[in-house]
Structure formats: C-alpha cells, structure tokens
Design a protein around this ligand. Sequence first.
Ligand code: SAH
Length: 345
Amino acid sequence: MKKILQDLSFEELENLILSLGEKKFRAKQLYAGLTLGKKISQINISAELRQKLLESYEDEPVKIIQTFTSADGTEKYLFSLADGNVIEGVLMKYKYGNTQCVSTQVGCRMGCKFCASTLGGLVRNLTSGEILCQILTVNALCGGNAKTRAVTNVVLMGSGEPLDNYDNTVSFLKNVTAPDGINISARNISLSTCGIVPKIYALADEGIPVNLTISLHQTTDEGRARTMPIAKKYAIAEVLKACEYYFEKTGRRYIFEYSLIDGENCDARHAEELINLLKGRPCHVNLIRLNEVKERELKTITEKQAYRFLGLLEKGGLSATLRRQIGVDIGGACGQLRASFLKRI
Ligand code: SAH
C-alpha cells in the first residue's frame, strides 16, 4: 500500500513539500485541496509535483462505493480503502447540524456479544488519514467545504475501538480539529470506548477535550463480563475513576451508553443499581434499544419498556435520555452494513 498524505499534519506536509524541493506555498494549496476532499490528481499543483506525490501516496485513500438513504434521512456509506478493505459510516441529520459516525478500525477485537463490528475480529487499524478522509469525502459529497461544513459533528462510534488504535486516533483528533483544516471543534466530537482504562487517562492528558462516551451496558462486573470481554480486565470502579480524572482534566461531563437488552440489563433492579453507581456524578446516560443483529441471539425490548426504564433513572436523579433509533431500515447498528456486504461477496 502507498502512503497516505492525509495522515500528515499541515507542518508535516510543509516539511514534505520542502524536502521535495518545492516552494512552501505549495503545501498550503495542497492542504486546502485535501481538506476539500479532493484527490491529489484533482488539486491544482504543478504536473511535476503531482507526479512525484502520486508515486508514493494514494490518490484516493477512502472511496465511497455505496450510499444508502433511510426513510428518516439518515445516510449510510460503504467506503473502500486502498487495500480493498471496506468500512462503513453514517451521517445523521439533526436540526443543529449533521453528525457523522466514523470507523477507527477494520473490524474490532473487543468481542462484545451484541455488536456486529467484531464478528470477524480485527482486520487492521485505520491510519489517522483514513479516519479523516471518511469525513472529508462525506463533507464534499454533501456540498460542504472548510468554512461551511456539511459535517458539523463527529462521533467515533463506527466499527472499531478507538482506544485500541490510540496513536492514530489521537493524531486524527489533532488533524480534524486543526484550525487550518476542516477545523471541527473538540466540543463537537465524541469518542466512544468500551473502557480501556489506561488509555482514558492518556486521552485526558492530550489536551483535546472531546466528549468521552463509555459503553457501560451493565451495572455489575459479572454482568458486564457476560457481554463485554473487556470487563474481565477493567472493573467498572476503575472505569469510573478514569472518567472522574477525565472530567477533572477537561471539564467535560462524560456519557454512558447503555443498550437495552431483554432479560439482561433493564429490570427495575438494574435501574436501581445504575442509580447507585452514577448518582451525583457529572454524567449523562444515553439509553438505546438494542439493534438486533441477525448473527446474535440477544433481543431488544419494546419502546414502552424502554421509557419505563428511563423513567426509573430520572426518578432516581440521573440525567438520561432514550435515543431515537435511526436508520434501522438501512442497517444502522455498528458493523451491520459491512457484515452484510462481506457476506454478499
Ligand atoms: N468500540 C467503541 C465504539 C463503537 S460502538 C465502544 O465500544 O464504545 C458505538 C456504540 O454502539 C457502543 O456503545 C456499542 O456498545 C453500541 N452498540 C454496538 N452494537 C450495538 C447494537 N447491536 N445495538 C445497540 N448498540 C450497539
């Protein structure tokens, strides 16, 4: 595989351009073109520089190969990478803007029982540029540029565990928030993790105050270990301590994802345990009804039951919401689209 130009920060790109014997301003032109989601071959630079770059760098590292539009307006994309791997992403449209869900790995090795992303294990990490290009291509497709962005918010909730691909994820976060680039504010970015504790501490110290989201899904370590293997390594108490540290360092309230699974985690007892665990913390709970995955046995609950569970949490003093399920008709849950694509080929 050739290298990926979008892996570089502006300074790194400038150094590359100078090392190729080109004038500094070329770096600016190139960076502006890449930010607009253009291929190297489409950017207005000298034929000689273009030729030199294309010898070592991918012209189009992330290509949209299919687009699905849901009845509710949500768009789902299947992207292909230079090595033929495929990943998926979603663009959700809200009143305040458009949120893109990006993948950080091809597949995943975390093994959560309810998640389709992990069905075939981890294939490979994405580079920071491959994560960034998902946004740049969708932004361009939707008619956005660096000033008037079509993608205003980003969630790292596609395939993969971002903190299992820590270095690339952090350099992606630096590049996507860079003022010279697409410049999406850290406040508009959410990173979701199954809870790799040492990396939560490391992220807190990076100085990029993104919203931290933890996939909790259970109230006890034993219960959590049944569906999330990572729980055998890090206890909920350790995860909560890391969240507190994150809050101290960034001032950002943290969020818990809690997918409602029938018979597993949403009885009145669980509500009580969740309240005891989280009450008084600067956090919010996002409930979502499980998106049933064909390959998995787990079942969701009815909307009515979900609202009842939400009511119990609110009564207990927690800040909580029930997320609307969107894009269900187009395989909205993590990894579902890629899984069905792989089955077709
Ligand atoms: N690996 C990261 C981010 C990816 S998943 C993490 O674990 O947080 C984004 C969210 O969707 C996570 O909270 C994940 O647990 C949840 N999720 C995965 N599959 C789901 C499904 N079938 N139904 C509902 N939520 C699901």
